[in-house]
Design a protein around this ligand. Structure first.
Ligand code: URA
Length: 205
């Protein structure tokens, strides 16, 4: 039992968040971000979703999955029958990494070092929430959870067990759906994403 002893998981999550806000060894690009974007959702949620990192809107709001990809994710999760009470959502990396270009801030993918830095914090967050299944959205999340660069196309849609005993259900990142060029593939891939989320929900039913 992860919660043996007297630890209150909600208080421990708040402490973890506070620690991430005051650490002085964060990756150097962090100072350009507005604020920390920590995970959200109920302790004990059966499903825990891991994205990549906050985007522009998340950085401003201080909340995960509120931008375009986040809204698409919420819509798909709802269609899959997943409610707010079922889901805790977080990211592998907790600050927005970007390149300033004129007045737009261009998303930059976190590198292996960024992922490795946040890994112990992500694992602690997961341990405190105590989900039955973790859904990884995209390659960064999957790498953060497994420690390996796996091809999503090969592993998506079936739960896998990580070396440290986590059950992970890999699927694509919602921003992948936003980037698809034509409406047909968008629609087809969105349906497949909803099917993955439905399968993940059934795993914990
Ligand atoms: N918003 C997030 O919070 N995380 C992502 O991975 C994408 C969008």
């Amino acid at each position: 039992d992860l919660f043996s002893g007297t630890e209150d998981p909600a208080a421990a999550l708040a402490a973890l968040r506070a620690e991430l806000e005051r650490r002085n060894d964060l990756p150097p690009w962090t100072s350009a971000a507005t604020q920390l974007v920590f995970g959200e959702g109920p302790v004990g949620a059966p499903l825990l979703f891991v994205g990549e990192q906050p985007g522009d809107e998340e950085d401003i709001a201080g909340r995960p999955f509120v931008g375009p990809a986040g809204r698409l994710f919420s819509r798909a999760a709802e269609e899959a029958g997943i409610t707010r009470a079922d889901a805790y959502v977080t990211n592998a990396v907790k600050y927005f990494k970007f390149k300033p270009t004129g007045r737009r801030r261009l998303h930059q993918s976190p590198d292996a070092g960024d992922i490795a830095y946040y890994r112990p914090f992500l694992k602690r967050e997961i341990e405190l929430v105590g989900p039955r299944l973790i859904v990884s959205l995209g390659a960064t999340a999957l790498r953060a959870l497994t420690g390996k660069p796996l091809a999503i196309t090969k592993v998506r849609g079936e739960p896998i067990e990580t070396p440290d005993g986590l059950r992970v259900f890999p699927t694509v990142h919602p921003s992948y759906l936003l980037r698809l060029p034509d409406p047909e593939s968008k629609e087809r891939e969105y349906a497949r994403f909803v099917a993955d989320l439905t399968a993940a929900r059934r795993e914990v039913a």
